[in-house]
Design a protein around this ligand. Structure first.
Ligand code: NZQ
Ligand code: ZN
Length: 385
């Protein structure tokens, strides 16, 4: 296990009816900007519930933050922050709204063009307005981490930044607010959380026995309850467990002291930027192929994953690894996800431009060994059709 510092300042306020207590978390007299997406927050009544809980505060609203939040939209919010002298941000939505709000928080106090925050990947960004979250879609884990992924349509770019300045002060996780999610978003959330665990767990043995078991606990719970949520979406205990899984999958805990991969995510971001494929859908389509191409480097952890998660103990190592990858693909399909790129309308003719896009964003030495090159990615992409 490597040395590490684990610090996560986000206060998690979990459970039914907890939106009512957000005024305890926001300084009295604050000028609050409530941010939300395309309309679900309004339609589901969450926005009204938030505004009722903030009775007496000076409130400004900014809606329209799109899935895969764009610089172009968010710059309008930054203007509003300056105009109304906003000093607290409250994101009401899923990963896109939260990420967009993190960008607004840092961009509003950044000297220069806020797009530089992305180009610097957040390096040197240590100031941001305070922000809180009311989570309505458990998936990205953005509600309790220091990252955000921002697109710039004019450049066909989707890049991430990391800065502890954008850790949410608090996050309300009320499972009942996820009941209105379309099934596809329930599936997206389960698969995104599953792949977050993979990116931090399926690397190399590190004698990180507790982190491994935390990670395996999240995987077991997602496998056990993901399909149930599709059948019984208003089962509170199921939705509560899945909501907590998504948060714990990317709050830094299972990453402590171990190397991280993220190559599947980085390729996935290019697919979203180029073709508009939803984030989790890119991961489900790519993962089986990426695991196949990288199986020798991930041999020990793939065998451990296969045994501890799927009970695979028979056969040669090759057979067990192939079975573990097949079970993963099967689980994604049970979650109604497409597990190849052909079903997203792509063909092998798209491979060159995907690799060019990776090179354009300097994504050329990915993975826990920084050895996932565009050539390695090409081999994986060829298996996705
Ligand atoms: O836009 P609205 O109207 O709100 O509708 C949204 C959106 O259309 C809808 N929705 C959200 N909550 C709902 C709801 N519909 C009904 N009922 C509710 N309770 O769901 C749609 C998708 O929302 P979105 O926020 O885009 O989904 P998700 O939470 O999966 O976030 C995806 C974004 O997270 C980023 C991805 O790149 C992508 O941009 N990620 C952020 C990470 C991070 N900050 O750590 C890591 C992740 O790997 C990921 O990259
Ligand atoms: Zn993700």
């Amino acid at each position: 296990m490597d040395n590490f510092i684990f610090e996560n300042p986000t206060k998690i306020i979990f459970g039914k009816g907890q939106i009512a207590r957000i005024s305890k978390e926001i300084p009295a007299g604050a000028k609050v900007l409530i941010t939300y997406g395309g309309g679900s927050a309004k339609r589901t009544g969450v926005l009204d519930e938030v505004k009722a809980a903030l009775e007496g505060y000076e409130l400004t609203e900014f809606g329209g933050i799109e899935p895969n939040p764009s610089y172009e939209t968010l710059m309008k919010a930054i203007e509003l922050v300056h105009k109304n002298q906003i000093d607290f941000l409250l994101a009401v939505g899923g990963g896109s709204v939260i990420d967009g709000t993190k960008f607004i928080a840092a961009g509003a106090v950044y000297e220069g063009d806020p797009w530089e925050i992305l180009l610097r990947r957040g390096r040197g960004i240590n100031k941001a307005l305070p922000l809180g979250v009311v989570l309505t879609l458990p998936a990205a884990g953005s509600e309790s981490n220091p990252r955000a992924v921002i697109s710039r349509k004019s450049m066909n770019a989707k890049l991430s930044f990391y800065s502890t300045a954008v850790f949410p002060r608090f996050a309300v996780l009320d499972p009942t607010k996820t009941y209105t999610l379309p099934k596809q978003q329930i599936s997206n959330g389960v698969v995104d959380a599953f792949m977050h665990v993979f990116e931090q767990y399926l690397t190399v043995p590190m004698e990180a026995r507790l982190q491994d078991r935390f990670a395996e606990g999240i995987l077991h719970t997602l496998i056990e309850l993901g399909p149930v949520a599709l059948e019984d979406p208003e089962n509170y205990d199921v939705r509560a467990n899945l909501m907590l899984c998504a948060t714990m999958a990317l709050n830094g805990l299972i990453a402590a002291g171990v190397p991280q991969d993220w190559s599947t995510h980085m390729v996935g971001h290019e697919l979203t930027a180029l073709y508009g494929i939803e984030h989790a859908a890119t991961l489900a389509a790519l993962a089986p192929a990426m695991l196949t191409v990288l199986k020798d480097k991930k041999r020990a952890k793939l065998l451990q994953y296969g045994e501890r998660i799927w009970g695979i103990t028979e056969g040669s190592e090759e057979e067990r690894i192939a079975q573990a990858i097949a079970k993963t693909k099967e689980f994604f399909e049970i979650m109604q996800m497409k597990t190849n790129l052909r079903d997203h309308g792509l063909t092998p003719d798209n491979i060159p431009e995907i690799l060019d896009s990776l090179r354009a964003h300097d994504m050329v030495r990915l993975g826990e060994h920084q050895d996932v090159t565009p050539e390695v990615v090409r081999q994986a992409l060829e298996l996705c059709f």
